[in-house]
Design a protein around this ligand. Structure first.
Ligand code: HEM
Length: 197
């Protein structure tokens, strides 16, 4: 493999892992919403100093590296295979659909960061409670989480294949981990919209 391509693949994987680490942390801190005092105490600390801005900067850099590397790898692959396979062993999702879902995921993340930046940072609990009173916002977040699930599942399957782990057990564990993560996120909008008074 060409050294530049190898470097791009490595940086894409490292940026992906950093984002995955952040997502696990983010989902767990979101779950503290169910105990209002600890959620508010966490966000008061998180928003008081530089931590929040460092995390946003790290995420923006990781997203840029990940997307840039993906573009490069896609371009190299397209050049290497000008004719599509005659037959695919699995159902093939159309390329335009994959591109549209990635654009939607990126738009979701950008809109989400802007929304949270406009929050009253001294009362994030109340801001989220208001946000998810809106049907449209619940649907938007659930759609974002659905696309994120598909993206993580597809990426994890690729990573496992690269590591030579192709067993059903490995793939089932990857599915379970992904669903735990995105399901944990989905609990909040669903709880606020359907259960919270
Ligand atoms: C229902 C799901 C989600 C909820 C309720 C939620 C909630 C929040 C909250 C409360 C903040 C911080 C506000 C503050 O510090 O004042 C935040 C920030 C952020 N969220 Fe989410 N989030 C969700 C899903 C996601 C997803 C799926 C991603 C990425 C794919 C994401 C990425 C980010 C990023 C990058 C930030 C800015 C960094 C930070 O402040 O931690 N969030 N989100």
């Amino acid at each position: 493999m060409k050294p530049l391509l190898q470097l791009q693949k490595r940086s894409m994987a490292i940026a992906g892992l950093i984002m995955l680490g952040y997502l696990i942390f983010h989902m767990l801190t979101n779950l503290s919403f169910f105990t209002e005092a600890s959620f508010s105490a966490f966000y008061q600390w998180y928003n008081a100093g530089l931590v929040r801005w460092l995390v946003i900067a790290l995420m923006v850099i990781a997203i840029l590296i990940h997307v840039k590397a993906a573009f490069h790898i896609r371009a190299v692959n397209a050049k290497a295979r000008t004719t599509d396979y005659a037959k695919h062993d699995k159902f093939k999702i159309p390329a335009a659909f994959v591109t549209a879902s990635i654009i939607f995921l990126l738009a979701f993340i950008i809109i989400h960061i802007i929304q949270t930046l406009l929050f009253d940072s001294t009362n994030v609990y109340n801001e989220l409670s208001q946000l998810f009173k809106s049907e449209l916002m619940v649907l938007f977040y659930l759609a974002g989480l659905f696309v994120l699930t598909m993206h993580l599942q597809h990426s994890l399957a690729n990573v496992l294949q690269t590591l030579g782990k192709t067993s059903v057990t490995c793939h089932s564990l990857a599915w379970a981990g992904t669903l735990l993560l995105t399901g944990g996120f989905a609990l909040l909008p669903l709880y606020i919209y359907f259960v919270m008074p």
